[in-house]
Design a protein around this ligand. Structure first.
Ligand code: ADP
Length: 396
């Protein structure tokens, strides 16, 4: 008996210390909502003196906007009191004496004393925890974004790999099997009168090797431009003559009944990298021819506008066009539109063209309608700024 008395006394002292020194705010509230007891942690948390709190309604510590509903919650709680952790899924805020608000977590307990129902609330300031959570959340978001981006990059690489394999298996195999079969046949034509047949097969071999060389050249060009190894060498030349030569070259690739209509407006002399421009235009023109049918026309319109100081080149065809869903990927490596699978190609030309146009500080765009045709437009400045300065400097 004595022992338990001692124990209970010790407990009381212990509990007092616990109440006094707890770093969590402890409040005892009557069923009428009045503060009966508060520990020093509450005073520190809320900035009130103990005397300012005792006897006050607990809503004093609730932000103004929530006071009204808090009265309802409190009354509801005392009607059916039970211990419960608070703050689960709730964002609770408390109000300091100076009006500032801070996030809190509150757990509630209740007990009876002399027929009076009392609630005990444990209040923890979670400002720091929330800041930490916010920081963590921001970090998680950032990392998730990085991860998504690298997954997308990986997916993009995988797609590119599949496109490459599809392209390579077709574009390499076709000329290689043509070479093999023509070689075997050419060997079998041993008689003098079979000279014609031998020649036909040898020229087939030559054409196939040329195809392979074109593919290899495209690879090398792309690699060179991607490595930043392409140097721009600008010179002043007659764009009209230049374009006319190109048209003549492309005339050699035309299908039955196809022709090129060339129109030219504006000044003739421009300053640009001839080799790169040739590559761009040849690519666009040969695509226009390749993706058009017999009897169709390819239009080359050039406008070298001295007032606007820019050159606009349009290559238009009346060919198969580009399906809407393929248009956004057209400049991706090895990408080929669905309607182009039966036509030879690597899906590298436009990737190279785009990179070249960027090297010239120009723009490339296109509009296309399936079965109606496609127009590619490139724009770049008529005189390279560096060159203009040269002229001005020389003029001075
Ligand atoms: P390639 O012609 O070797 O396949 P490109 O990079 O030059 O590769 O073109 C990529 C794709 O864009 C083509 O496979 C084709 O689907 C589409 N394309 C390009 N130019 C045209 C055009 N003038 N008309 C229709 N489709 C085109």
């Amino acid at each position: 008996m004595n022992e338990s008395n001692t124990l209970s006394l010790e407990n009381e002292a212990g509990f007092k210390a616990l109440f006094q020194y707890a770093t969590v705010g402890i409040l005892v509230v009557s069923s009428g909502g009045r503060i009966e007891l508060s520990n020093p942690a509450v005073e520190k948390l809320f900035g009130y003196e103990k005397t300012e709190l005792t006897g006050q309604l607990i809503e004093l510590l609730v932000p103004e906007g929530f006071r009204h509903s808090h009265v309802h919650h409190r009354e509801g709680y005392f009607k059916k009191p039970k211990a419960r952790p608070m703050g689960y899924g709730l964002n609770l805020f408390a109000r300091k004496k100076d009006g500032t608000q801070f996030p809190v977590e509150i757990s509630l307990g209740h007990y009876q004393l002399d027929n009076e129902s009392l609630a005990v609330a444990f209040v923890t300031d979670i400002t720091e925890r929330q800041r930490f959570n916010d920081e963590l959340e921001a970090k998680v978001k950032e990392r998730t974004l990085e991860l998504t981006q690298s997954l997308e990059r990986e997916k993009e690489l995988n797609d590119m790999k599949s496109r490459f394999v599809a392209m390579a298996s077709h574009e390499f195999r076709t000329p290689l099997s043509a070479i093999l079969s023509s070689r075997t046949l050419a060997e079998s034509y041993t008689k003098a009168e079979q000279e014609d047949k031998r020649k036909r097969h040898i020229s087939r071999i030559r054409a196939s090797v040329k195809n392979l060389t074109v593919i290899l050249d495209e690879f090398l060009s792309l690699d060179k431009v991607e490595q930043g190894k392409v140097e721009i060498e600008r010179e002043t030349f007659d764009l009209y003559d230049f374009a006319e030569d190109l048209v003549e070259e492309v005339n050699g690739m035309l299908k039955n009944g196809q022709h090129i209509r060339f129109s030219y407006n504006g000044v003739r002399n421009i300053t640009q990298d001839k080799k790169i421009l040739r590559n761009i235009m040849l690519n666009l023109l040969s695509n226009a021819v390749k993706y058009s049918g017999e009897q169709q026309t390819v239009y080359l319109d050039i406008d070298a506008d001295n007032d606007q100081k820019k050159v606009v080149i349009r290559v238009r065809d009346e060919g198969i066009g580009i399906p809407q869903e393929d248009q956004k990927n057209l400049f991706n490596k090895f990408y080929r539109a669905k309607n182009a699978t039966n036509i030879q190609g690597t899906g590298l030309g436009l990737t190279i063209v785009k990179q070249y146009v960027e090297l010239l500080n120009g723009d490339i765009s296109f509009i296309s309608e399936p079965n109606q045709g496609t127009t590619f437009t490139i724009e770049f400045s008529l005189n390279h700024p560096g060159h203009e300065n040269d002229l001005i400097n020389r003029g001075q």
